[in-house]
Design a protein around this ligand. Structure first.
Ligand code: GDP
Length: 204
């Protein structure tokens, strides 16, 4: 696990509510229902630090979690940022527009953002909305790693096909890492490796 405690800090519906930009941040993005809350819970070893989604698209906020620090008012080592999910079919245009502004402004303007983890469901591979997200991150100049989620749900042969497909998409994008992380929050697969990657990203 991470060496220090993990605590929920705040939910920010607008950038003006973000904490002071003095601590490195690692952000998590993905379609609604991709398994983002489950992955954050698995990484932090907390059962429900991130709320698993009840109503898709309900949370249009950046959720902040401090990792480490806190003793005698010392600053956290880094922060995990849970970005609002995207790609749900029934979202009204106004909600999509608000999402786009919030995420785009965050990606482009947040100096302490070190890296993004882009979560993609291992059963489906990248969808056009994921490619759009990658493009937004490319334009913002953010480097990101693709994380396949729910890998326990498919057979190894099918997983290999999806990994190849995801690598092909990632190769089209400037900011994407060539390696794809394969995870299952349910089975604990790939979680230790991903936690190591998060730590390294926060330090680098
Ligand atoms: P979010 O909307 O991206 O935060 O997704 P959630 O974490 O709420 O997960 C959406 C659904 O997928 C829930 O029913 C989870 O139980 C399920 N889920 C998440 N991760 C996994 C996993 O690794 N394996 C399996 N089998 N199901 C998962």
């Amino acid at each position: 696990l991470f060496s220090g405690p993990v605590t929920f800090v705040l939910s920010a519906p607008e950038l003006k509510f973000l904490p002071d930009p003095t601590v490195p941040e690692i952000a998590f993005a993905g379609r609604s229902n991709v398994g983002k809350s489950s992955l954050l819970n698995a990484l932090t070893g907390r059962k429900s630090i991130a709320r698993t989604s009840v109503t898709p698209g309900r949370t249009q906020e950046l959720n902040y979690f401090d990792v480490g620090g806190g003793e005698d008012g010392s600053p956290p080592e880094f922060r995990l940022v849970d970005m609002p999910g995207y790609g749900f079919a029934k979202a009204p245009p106004a909600v999509v527009k608000k999402w786009r502004h919030l995420v785009n402004d965050y990606l482009r303007g947040r100096q302490v953002l070190k890296r993004c983890l882009l979560l993609i469901d291992a059963r489906h591979g990248p969808k056009p909305v994921d490619a759009e997200m990658m493009e937004m991150m490319d334009i913002a100049g953010i480097s990101y790693c693709v994380v396949l989620t729910k890998a326990d749900k498919i057979k190894a042969s099918e997983l290999a096909r999806i990994v190849a497909m995801t690598e092909a998409e990632a190769r089209k994008h400037a900011g994407a890492f060539p390696e794809i992380a394969i995870t299952s929050s349910e089975k604990g697969m790939g979680i230790d490796e991903l936690r190591g990657f998060v730590l390294k990203s926060a330090e680098g």
